[in-house]
Design a protein around this ligand. Sequence first.
Ligand SMILES: [Zn+2]
Length: 571
Amino acid sequence: MSDEGRPAWAIDSNGRVKNYSDPSFEDLLASFNFDSENAEITLNGERMVLTDNRSLGTTRRELIAALGYEKARGLATRIGYDLGSNDASLALKLRDPDDVFKGFAVGPQLHSLKGSVKVEPLVFKANYQKGEFYSEYHWHNSAECLAHLTHIGISPYPGGWQQSGYASGYASGFFGRPMIFRELQCKAMGHERCFLVGKPAEEWEDAEEEMRWFRAENYSIRSRVSNLPPAKQSDPLKIGQHSIVGASSGFNLALHLVERVAKTTVPVFFTGESGVGKEVFARELHRRSKRAERQMISVNCAAIPDSLIEAELFGVEKGAFTGADVTRPGRFERAEGSTLFLDEIGTLSFSAQAKLLRVLQEGEFERLGGSAVYKADVRVIAATNADLQDAMHNGRFRSDLLHRITTFPINIPPLRERGADIPLLASHFLRKICLRHDRKSPGFDDAAIRHLQGYSWPGNVREMENIIERAVILANDGDLIGIHHLTMTGSNLDPGGSREPFWSFVLSQARGEGQNSIKEDILESGLTKDEIISCLIEGALERSAGNVTKAAKAIGMTRSQLNYWLRDKKE
Ligand SMILES: [Zn+2]
């Protein structure tokens, strides 16, 4: 913990120690706009609302009374997390990527500009190369802690719920891995001031204490009526090992619906773009259902030809058609007492649709070529990325089946609308894939994170997993994942079809078609073409520790071209 008056200090990525002083607010301040005529306040293009701090206190008191401490604090924390992660994307675009102090300071400075809290950095250590982050802050004049103190009184726990959530969401977005900020001292607890520590989630021994606030569902069964914080969890969440990962409001809403419907037997219908993780959510639903002990059976309807799908689903008697040499049960029989997941249900043939409707309505079916009636106790989960309403209007999908399967629809939003999930997912996949391939990587470098955050992810979560898997295989064991690992093959599969693949997004950013233009920087520098090429070669040689072949490859030259250039310049 920090002593009074100790100078703030920081270690940069190169291991240099320097005194920390906040960069100027000018760029942020200049983006404040009060348009009284149109009743609009904006900060960096984000719409703001000026509100009385009093409302924070009354809202909090009402929320605790209505929901209990646990849910009220969770809600405030998640709102803060979402705001913080949004501001992190802004920070990554706004300031020089090489100055990690200045870049990171956007978050605390915005907090201060918005009137939330004056943030005084005490310790700031960030080293991308080693994947390290550690920081200590004093909060002065915290609006939220003051509101807590005024409306709730001195409490045994800290009051900066939304503000801590903001700091956690901001740092997670900024560094591309789950970070947790915890208020260890607080005015609302009777301390002289608020004191805050932030570091990677896995470095907190009891990270679940905070991680549970980031999820909409209630993890705790203890403190439903109590106003006191619950005791320590005996079974802490192992971060990154959960099958389902996210913190965005879209993710939380979908998970909330899953939890609501899991224990019933109604059919559930997942919609969402290709690659958003509909099957992952279906598995989570099954895991939380009363059928969890039995294995969920999955069928991708689009992968099975029309002529075989009925036999696949309902089974077949020997001799039912040419090629049916043996009697075999279908997926409905195999899923007896369990869950059947039907992906891409929109591609089912009309006759398979009729049979499916019969199972859903009457709970019975016959094998193909057979006359015995089988009873089915199967929970059906269906999914599609197609517009089934449209298919129904065009006569390709039965309206009665559509109404039957869409009793409980759950939409999984695309990844581009779930910004807060990106660092958590990237970090989750990195861990999972390293384990799969027996590799180690401390994380992503800052450029990689910036691009992961800025990309529109047309292929969604699946595209991210593929890109990270390729990067892990390309990187040396123990290396940070850089932009060159994420883009090296130049042939990222793009399940979104004609939309922009990741590597062309990175190229367009580099060419200055995006917001961070290196084109301008180069023109500003006044260098000639030859000088720029020399710089490029020099830099590549430094990176490759003098290895000419490696350096040439990194900048798209051949070894002999590079040698020729070097000789030419010497003469
Ligand atoms: Zn506080």
